[in-house]
Write a protein that binds this ligand. Structure first.
Ligand SMILES: [Mn+2]
Length: 274
């Protein structure tokens, strides 16, 4: 049985680690064997399977692309397990922020209610700790010519593309979606779309769809070749876009559309089963 004090202790320990991580991380190429994981949305069982695979097959590094809570039933277990892993392996695990690591989402998609059901009279205090920890998660990571983030590349409506430096300059500790700068909102919400060239407003009501031209412009400007992202549940657990330069992964069972992860070995990306 978890107590309020356990969550406070867990979050405070993780916060100390996350406070040293910038909004944009750069992964050293001394790491040769990397796992990349899409949305897990409270699917603790699959997260556990992935961590076992990571250990038994001697991967060097593991990146989760966000959306740890909401939707699935075991969200408290899932996030606690990942935060514990982060404390044990701070240099081998990166947890990026997804669009569900925000209070307005948690209030509507399950996590807030799960925290209430479990912690009863302590729930507000417990939720405050999770909320603060979520605000310290980084937004993106670069490994050689591969960029990884939750939703999509950010679109600048006028002038030049955003740069990696702009991503690096996103302030940390912003707790709500409403206070988040546009570039960071887009990173956690945007989606690729093959049938447009540039970009258009998203049906989601927040963020944009981006097409091939906008994608190429951003990638060229930043000397990048591949983008690995999550955020959408495609049949089979993954989908590629833009001549296979964008790989979209989804890793939880919630929608029953299939689960996939990716491995990067010697800078080559393979989509694999889990
Ligand atoms: Mn998402």
């Amino acid at each position: 049985m978890l107590e309020k004090e356990d969550i406070i202790d867990l979050c405070e320990k993780v916060n100390k680690i996350l406070d040293n991580e910038p909004s944009l991380l750069r992964l050293d190429d001394i790491y040769k064997k990397i796992l990349v994981v899409g949305d897990t949305h409270g699917d603790y069982d699959i997260t556990n399977d992935i961590v076992q695979k990571f250990k038994s097959e001697n991967y060097d590094f593991m990146i989760f692309l966000g959306d740890y809570v909401d939707r699935g039933e075991k969200a408290i277990q899932n996030i606690n397990f990942l935060l514990n892993m982060k404390i044990m392996e701070p240099k081998k695990l990166i947890l990026l922020r997804g669009n569900h690591e925000f209070p307005s989402m948690n209030m509507n998609y399950g996590f807030y209610n799960q925290v209430f059901a479990y912690f009863k009279e302590d729930f507000e205090e417990v939720y405050e700790y999770y909320k603060r920890t979520f605000s310290k998660l980084p937004y993106a990571i670069v490994y050689n010519n591969i960029l990884m983030l939750h939703g999509g590349i950010p679109i600048r409506k006028e002038g030049e593309s955003y740069t990696l430096k702009d991503i690096a300059n996103i302030p940390k500790n912003v707790q709500t979606l409403e206070e988040l700068p546009d570039i960071a909102q887009q990173i956690v919400w945007n989606d690729p779309k093959e049938t447009i060239q540039q970009d258009e407003f998203s049906y989601r009501g927040i963020g944009y769809f981006f097409g091939l031209k906008s994608f190429n412009k951003f990638m060229t400007k930043n000397n990048l070749e591949y983008l690995i992202r999550s955020h959408e549940a495609f049949l089979g657990g993954y989908k590629t876009f833009f001549n296979e330069k964008l790989i979209s992964l989804f890793t939880c069972e919630y929608y029953r559309r299939g689960t996939k992860i990716a491995e990067i070995i010697d800078n080559k990306i393979n989509v694999i089963d889990i």
